[in-house]
Write a protein that binds this ligand. Sequence first.
Ligand code: AMO
Length: 457
Amino acid sequence: MTIDICASVHLSGALPPCPNERCTLLSAMRVLIRDLAKILREKPEEPVELEGWVHRIRELGGLSFIILRDRSGMVQAVATEKLDLTLESVISISGIPVRTEKAPGGIEIQVRTLTCISRAAQDMPYRVNAAFGRMGLETVLDNRILSLRNPALQAVFKVQATIIEAFSAYLRSQDFTEIRTSKLVANGTEGGTALFAVEYFNKKLYLAQSPQFYKQVMVASGMERVFEVAQVYRAEKHDTPRHLNEYVSLDVEMAFIESELELIALEKALLIHIFSELARKNSPELALHQAAVPDAAAVERSPTLSYEEALRIAIKESGNARLFDINPEVERLLCVWSMREYQSPLVFINAFPRRHRPFYTYPLGDTLTMSFDTLFRGLEITSGSRRQHDYQAFVEALPRFGLKAQDMPGYLTLLQYGCPPHGGFALGCERLTQKILGLTSVKEASLFPRDRKRISP
Ligand code: AMO
């Protein structure tokens, strides 16, 4: 069932008179699947043209039932003959939409013409139309080029796009400026050793672990409020459901703060905006994962605990007195506790001991810091702090971290020439996506994840 000409004329949307008198596409309106219900309401009997992928195909009693998929959804199309089609072929259909209870979604296209635009090979190594939960993570990632066609897997990245859009829009509304900083750096930014070395002409550089130093530079430059959305790199050897070697860091930095409490307030407002945008724009995608976002009141209710308090609660919750650090099990216990006591899936932890935080963190007394972590549904999603902006105090503290002032010429220049009190935080984009959708691994929330073994596609 093919039409002999016209595809290019009609697909391009140009509407010169068609030279082929037999062309039945002439009168068909090119539409998206999501528009069909409206078309049926407003112009019943109107022929339509749809383009997309063959998601499913089934022959029954001399009829062919195709599930057609485009970027907006899926619809059943029925042709009155047996079709020589393969799954995932790209086709164009013209026909009449009709209401029927027998079709999923209640609408069916009665096919008049069908053109195969690009035929898929028969031996597909991955079943795109299988329920995503039934394919193991390794299979999904090994077949990433094809598995991303599955609507539920694609939904992850539609949700992620909204997270980034809402994060940026909210910060812009609060007078933050978006910046882009280099990912090729001469030194680590987090004081750790987990760095990827890069050969750079005849020098050795590193992939940035975070834009930490640059965002502080931009705050001190007088921009005062900045944010960045960009990839960062961690050469950690972990292979866990919470670690990627490359992830998207949602970074914020602002001047004139007195403590991390102002940063926690900003993050709460940001999360409320992100969650409400997801509820407004992404209900089909959330539904595919049976996921729901917390409402504003739940975010507002979330508790802020000191590091000491948090450990005490975790010890009480678990009955295990040997918890000495906020490890993944403690993160999980604290979120269960918060859900029970505050009906909130979020917990903020502040006043971390100095030994647990990087050299740039502002101290609180002699042993603690003005820093915080955010836990969401059992996982750390954010770290942040007020920064040390006093040159003398910064230099004096460096030996505690095994660092020397002469190794940090950038920070010395930054702090020597007028630097306001400031602070910021970074939200892990994939971890937030993972927890919103209830994915088992953070790798599912990265389009093309990089881990110790995985370097392609
Ligand atoms: P930190 O190193 O704690 O802080 O990272 C901030 C947030 O980034 C996410 N994250 C990761 N996500 C996936 N895979 C990883 N390997 C990984 N490592 C970190 C987490 C984490 O909470 N410069 C500071 C932030 C700041 O103070 O502004 C920093 O990068 O969600």
